[in-house]
Design a protein. Structure first.
Lengths: 446, 117
């Protein structure tokens, strides 16, 4: 016999201990698209909701590298409000999403009156004379403060701000890195902070620390990826521009350095003009390539696009001495793509296929449903085919076998198909021609 | 007259190099890809090889490896737009690594240094 349970915590029965309810709600964040702000707010709510863990207010500090800065302060303003939040939390069907929505609303309301004043709570972590609450973060230990007025280690400005005599400082630490601090108090109920409160608060602090750590790490990775892509692009572009520039410079020098025969001068100027055109082509394609961002995938009827495409004058001209064998069924399912980019991708491949197919040869353009998820489009040429090495290089930027090629066409095709969540396959053997198979997702109806 | 084999797939550039080096008093044979260059190396003696790296088909690095197998004594100059191949150990086998420039002075000076006029 087997029994199945959902990984995601759902409704709790009334006997479930409140600690478990709270931790389960926090755990729901693992199933949400990651948002640091939302996750931290849920933790702050768990800490402060009336009969929840039992604190009333929570202040979040974040470490910006040098300084610990108060970021937000959350909590009910009265015992009634505290009870209302907890009632909401304990009602059936309430989970992470509802709390996030509730909190966003609450924080928006708070921003005006508290946020400007919060800005004055800044502690320099490098400072030697560090006071509480910052001391807890720097020492990486939980500190419970009672009778704060008589405690010289507490910053008087802070006491003046929160106006309570007893509070708990929870450092947010992960991988030995100080990420921030949460200060909680019972400023509304004025109940004492007990050992059991500290146990649960510790767990919340550990989770909050890890959320911040993960977010920082994620930001770093994204930044690094961006820089790497930029560096790669810059290297490719500068290499690609070099050949035409060297030719332009070289032929110009030639004309200037010795008396130039009119015929020779004319030839050089023609070469220079050609090279400038090539440079323009590279720049045009590059900017075009960088622009591809498909915001919304639309249902696209591929059939009329493919049928029109072979009638395009540029394609007809190229295909004058060749045959395009076209087979596209009438009931082809709609695919997910962008109609303009779809056409560009296929034109690019068809153009290449016509280029390498000798006069009298055939180019095949086919489309059919591949399975219930994909439509397959095939473009096959009767050209010389590719060996394994050239096939591997096909999609590297600026790889070209054409005299005036930019080596961006196939990269462009791949990028379009990637953005459409499609797939691309190449089959080729020397002497057997090259076949591109494009798989586009079928648009589900309704 | 010293004979140089020039491998360059870009037609405008190969014309430029050919004319400029002929002007310096060398005899120039041009190949536009590695395979035809290797055929030439098998058939004719050369005093120097100048090669690009990124070319359709076999690249310059493979070409150098093949030439080393045929004739170890021919000096080789790599003339490329790419700085990055300098780290490839096969390019260490070449006698010089020059980044393509619109001024051919460095290339000419290196040729003179390696094989004289």
């Amino acid at each position: 016999m087997i029994e199945r349970y959902s990984l995601q915590p759902s409704n709790f029965n009334p006997e479930t201990p409140k600690e478990l309810v709270i931790l389960s709600i926090i755990a729901q964040s693992f199933f949400q698209p990651f948002s640091l702000e939302d996750n931290l707010l849920v933790i702050l709510t768990a800490l402060t909701a009336g009969s929840g863990i039992g604190f009333n207010r929570a202040m979040l500090f974040l470490n910006d590298g040098m300084k610990l800065k108060a970021a937000t302060w959350l909590g009910p303003r009265s015992p009634e409000e505290a009870e209302a939040i907890w009632t909401m939390l304990s009602s059936p069907g309430i989970g992470y999403a509802e709390i996030v929505a509730y909190n966003r609303d609450l924080v928006t309301k708070m921003v005006k009156d508290i946020q400007p004043r919060l800005k004055s709570l800044v502690y320099d972590l490098e400072s030697r004379a560090l006071s509480l609450p910052a001391l807890a973060a720097i020492n990486k230990e939980i500190i419970l403060v009672t009778e704060a007025q008589n405690e010289p280690a507490v910053d008087p400005n802070f006491i003046n701000f929160i106006k309570v005599d007893s509070f708990l400082c929870l450092p947010l630490v992960a991988q030995d890195e100080i990420l921030g601090e949460i200060v909680v108090d019972k400023g509304i109920t004025h109940a004492p902070i007990e050992a059991k409160d500290i146990e649960l608060a510790r767990l919340c602090a550990l989770l909050a620390g890890n959320y911040i750590y993960t977010t920082n790490l994620y930001k770093k990775v994204v930044e690094m990826e961006k820089m790497a892509a930029l560096g790669e692009m810059a290297a490719f572009v500068s290499h690609q521009l070099r050949n035409p520039i060297v030719a332009i410079g070289g032929f110009t020098t030639q004309m200037l350095s010795s008396p130039c025969q009119p015929e020779r001068c004319r030839r050089n100027l023609n070469i220079i003009q050609e090279q400038v055109k090539h440079l323009e082509d590279i720049i045009y394609k590059l900017s075009h390539f960088l622009k591809i961002t498909i915001r919304e995938l639309k249902p696209v009827d591929a059939r009329p696009i493919l049928l029109n495409l072979v009638e395009r004058p540029d394609i007809k001209l190229k295909a004058a001495k060749k045959t395009i064998s076209l087979k596209i069924p009438e009931n082809l399912p709609l695919i997910q793509c962008d109609p303009v980019y779809f056409e560009e991708a296929v034109v690019n491949l068809l153009d290449n296929a016509l280029d390498v197919t000798p006069d009298g040869g055939k180019v095949y353009l086919r489309a059919r449903p591949y399975n219930d998820k994909y439509v397959m489009i095939i473009i096959k040429d009767s050209g010389p085919g590719l060996d394994e090495k050239s096939r591997d290089k096909l999609f590297s930027p600026f790889y070209t076998t054409k005299e005036n090629g930019t080596g961006l066409g196939l990269l462009f095709v791949k990028r379009i198909i990637d953005t459409c969540n499609g797939k691309l396959e190449v089959q080729s053997k020397p002497g057997r021609g090259t076949m591109f198979k494009l798989y586009f997702k079928i648009q589900e109806r309704g | 007259m010293k004979k140089i084999l020039l491998i360059e797939d870009d037609l405008a550039l190969s014309l430029l190099y050919e004319e400029e080096l002929k002007n310096e008093g060398y005899s120039i044979v041009v190949a536009h890809d590695a395979d035809s260059a290797l055929e030439l190396v098998k058939k004719e003696p050369f005093d120097l090889i100048i090669t690009d790296i990124r070319m359709p088909g076999k690249d310059g690095i493979e070409l150098i490896a093949n030439v080393m197998g045929l004739r170890k004594d021919i000096p080789i100059i790599i003339n490329t737009a790419y700085q990055s191949y300098k780290d490839d150990f096969m390019t260490w086998a070449a006698d010089a690594y020059i980044i393509k420039s619109s001024s051919l002075d460095e290339l000419k000076a290196k040729i003179k240094e390696l094989i004289g006029n």
